[in-house]
Write a protein that binds this ligand. Structure first.
Ligand SMILES: Cc1cc2nc3c(=O)[nH]c(=O)nc-3n(C[C@H](O)[C@H](O)[C@H](O)COP(=O)(O)OP(=O)(O)OC[C@H]3O[C@@H](n4cnc5c(N)ncnc54)[C@H](O)[C@@H]3O)c2cc1C
Length: 387
């Protein structure tokens, strides 16, 4: 990655990891980059087409085992997220939601029958999944969710609504979390179930190359076999968030890298006052500081990936450290790169403003920065400052 890889961090990757990264970079370059500015401008993305493409390459549920999943290491999965998000955070979100949220929920908490029914098609990209936890009135505080699940004979009835759900308008199956008498429970809901509806959320100024929806659940009747039998309590959906946050730790650095490489190129070719703007000390200070944060963020992601590959899992506060730092630094890098591009920085001809705008969503979803600060603060002090 010269010249951005000042520390030769690449030498910490195995040949196999570098090969996977190269493959993902090629896919992003060939299938996403040529079109993504247009998708972003139009606010529409060919989710199904991309899912089939990514499915063929084993990128969906890539870190899961069995049921057609690739069984890749955490580091390899992270590198894939990084390369996809270097093209666009919305496209990485498609893959994260499919693999780390919807598929992981079924893989971890579902019955054998549910796994057989959904996972192979989802791994192939033939079936799209979404994950409905957030509600219009309950985002950071999902414990207070208003969606209800009640028993009716052998069936369950779901009533409520979910908000800001990635992939919902195109999903074949929605993992829905609801409150029942026994606590939080989860369901794999086929999208053609009567009473289930998902409408596209319009007028987004961020993550426009991603399909985001609002789900309504109006007396949705489901058999017992739709309930995720192993999911009991909020720890089940939270475990899925820990999975998805891991991919974001890497992905955000991909978006930042793309911004910095564009800004570096621009700074060495754009001239003002008779010389390249990269020759001015103030520009070099920006570039140097950003290169530092990019390398630190990558090292942090790699450390967490190695830890996860050796220990099998990360603790929530470790994931919070990564998500808080890397998204915060990525958005700072994107904004600073935007200044280096001057007026061109606001143009869709360059990816920088698109990345900066996308990262606003990434900063908010999968736990806002404030929520991750509270997770870390609680770990440090032993005191719960959430409420
Ligand atoms: C593009 C996009 C895609 C998304 N995709 C999904 C998806 O696929 N599935 C899904 O379930 N959700 C999804 N979300 C929802 C996302 O996870 C929530 O928006 C997020 O959790 C924040 O919830 P909220 O928007 O209700 O904000 P709120 O929870 O209302 O927070 C508003 C502000 O208050 C702060 N705040 C809240 N509580 C505290 C506290 N105790 N202390 C200090 N500050 C606090 C927050 O940090 C934030 O700054 C998506 C969101 C977006 C924007």
């Amino acid at each position: 990655m010269a010249p951005l890889d000042l520390l030769d961090v690449d030498t910490l990757l195995s040949d196999e990891e570098r090969d996977i990264r190269a493959l993902c970079r090629r896919v992003a370059d060939d299938r996403v980059r040529p079109h993504v500015a247009g998708w972003y401008e139009d606010g529409s993305v060919p989710v199904r087409e991309l899912a089939l493409e990514f499915g063929k390459l084993g990128l969906l549920g890539m870190h899961l085992t069995g049921y057609g999943c690739a069984g890749a290491s955490a580091v390899s999965y992270g590198l894939a997220c990084m390369e996809l998000e270097a093209a666009d955070s919305g496209v990485r979100s498609l893959v994260s939601v499919q693999g780390s949220l919807a598929m992981y929920a079924i893989w971890k908490w579902g019955s054998e029958e549910q796994k057989q029914r959904w996972l192979p098609g989802m791994a192939a990209g033939e079936l799209i999944g979404c994950f409905g936890l957030t509600e219009p009135d309950h985002g950071s505080d999902p414990a207070n969710m208003a969606t209800r699940a009640r028993r009716d004979g052998d069936d369950w009835i779901l009533d409520g609504g979910k908000m800001w759900i990635t992939n919902a308008p195109v999903a074949d199956v929605a993992v829905i979390w609801a409150r029942a008498e026994e606590g939080v429970v989860g369901f794999a809901v086929p999208a053609d179930t009567p009473g289930f509806a998902a409408r596209e959320i319009k007028h987004k100024m961020s993550l426009r190359a991603s399909s985001t929806g609002e789900i309504t659940l109006d007396g949705v009747r489901l058999p017992q076999s739709a309930r995720l039998p192993e999911a009991r309590g909020l720890k089940a959906p939270l475990s899925c968030l820990t999975e998805a946050r891991f991919g974001i730790i890497w992905g955000a650095m991909g978006a930042a890298r793309d911004c910095l490489s564009v800004a570096l190129d621009y700074a060495t070719t754009r001239e003002q006052f008779g010389r390249p703007i990269g020759g001015f000390q103030l520009t070099q200070a920006k570039l140097a500081d950003m290169a530092l944060e990019l390398q630190k963020g990558f090292l942090l992601a790699l450390h967490l990936g190695r830890l996860r590959d050796s220990a099998g899992a990360l603790r929530p506060e470790q994931v919070s450290v990564g998500k808080l730092n890397n998204v915060r630094e990525a958005i700072a890098i994107a904004r600073t790169c935007r200044t280096i591009l001057g007026g061109n920085g606001i143009s869709g001809e360059y990816p920088v403003m698109r990345h900066a705008n996308n990262l606003e969503s990434v900063l908010t979803y999968e736990g806002t920065s404030e929520i991750h600060q509270l997770v870390i603060g609680q770990k440090l002090t032993g005191l719960n400052a959430f409420a």
